[in-house]
Design a protein. Structure first.
Length: 253
C-alpha cells in the first residue's frame, strides 16, 4: 500500500498557469476489531498499520495481551483490522479522527517513570539527531501534508513513521518499539508537529525521558511533562531550540 497518489493540479506562479501532476497523501478510514467487536475507528495514512494498531491499543488501554502475530489486515477503501487479545478488553469503543479530536483523553495515564531516567544529552548531538530526522520525511517532501515521528537512542534513528495525524505517527513509533522490543529508557521521541497533552502523555506513559519537536508544546503538555519527569524541547530549528521542562537532561560544553 502506497502513502500517496497522483493528482492533476493547476499550478499558478504569478501570471503563469500550468497543469501538472502532483502527489497527494492518502487518507483511509481504519476500523479495528478486537476479538470480533469493533473498538476503534479513525483516519490514517495506510502505512505501518500494524504498528499503529499495536501502539494505539496498548497505550490507549483498549486491550491487554494483544497478539500481533494473529492480526489480520484487509486493505480497501477502508482498512479493517482484526486483533486477538488474551487479556482484558475495554467495553467502551471509540471513534477518533486523524488528529484525535473527540478521542479518549490521555491526561490521567501518564506515569513518573521518566523522572528516574538518568539520560543526559549534549545540545549539539540533539540538534544533529533532529536534523537527520527532518531529512527522512520522504512522504512529507512528496506531499507536504503529513506529520512524522521517530524514536532515537541519541545516536541513531531506530524507527521513523509518517501519517496525516500527529498522534498516529507517534503511535506507529510506539507500536514498532513494542513489537521490536526496543525499550523506551534513554530514548528520544522526535516529532514534527505541535506537542499536545495527548502526545506528551503517550511518551510519559512509556517513560520516554525526552521529547523534541520543531514546533511548540501546549501549557497542559508542559504541566504533564513537569509532573511526569519528561524533558520537553520545542522549536528545534537550525542551531536553536527551547527547553521547557527538566532542563538538567540537556548538557552544554
Amino acid at each position: 500500500m502506497n502513502g500517496a497518489r497522483t493528482q492533476k493540479v493547476i499550478k499558478v506562479t504569478g501570471d503563469a498557469r500550468a497543469e501538472v501532476e502532483d502527489l497527494v497523501a492518502l487518507e483511509r478510514r481504519l476500523r479495528v476489531r478486537v476479538n470480533g467487536s469493533e473498538r476503534l475507528s479513525l483516519y490514517c495514512t495506510p502505512l505501518m498499520v500494524r504498528e499503529l494498531v499495536v501502539g494505539l491499543l496498548v497505550t490507549e488501554g483498549v486491550a491487554e495481551g494483544v497478539c500481533a502475530e494473529r492480526m489480520s489486515i484487509v486493505y480497501g477503501e477502508e482498512i479493517t483490522v482484526d486483533v486477538a487479545a488474551e487479556g482484558r478488553v475495554s467495553t467502551k469503543g471509540a471513534s477518533v479522527t486523524s488528529g484525535c479530536v473527540g478521542g479518549i483523553s490521555f491526561e490521567k495515564k501518564h506515569t513518573t517513570r521518566a523522572r528516574s531516567d538518568p539520560m543526559r544529552m549534549g545540545a549539539g548531538r540533539l540538534l544533529d539527531v533532529f536534523g537527520r530526522f527532518q531529512h527522512r520525511s520522504d512522504l512529507y517532501n512528496s506531499t507536504g501534508c503529513v506529520h512524522s515521528a521517530a524514536l532515537s537512542d541519541g545516536e541513531d534513528i531506530l524507527c521513523h513513521a509518517e501519517d496525516i495525524g500527529r498522534h498516529n505517527a507517534v503511535d506507529k513509533v510506539i507500536g514498532y518499539a513494542l513489537l521490536e522490543e526496543l525499550g523506551f529508557s534513554g530514548r528520544l521521541m522526535l516529532a514534527s508537529g505541535r506537542l499536545s497533552s495527548e502526545i506528551v502523555s503517550k511518551c510519559a506513559r512509556w517513560g520516554i525521558p525526552l521529547v523534541v519537536s520543531r514546533t511548540a508544546p501546549t501549557a497542559l503538555a508542559l504541566d504533564i511533562a513537569e509532573e511526569s519527569g519528561v524533558t520537553v524541547v520545542g522549536f528545534a530549528r537550525g542551531r536553536r531550540f527551547n527547553i521547557y521542562t527538566h532542563p538538567e537532561r540537556i548538557t552544554f560544553p
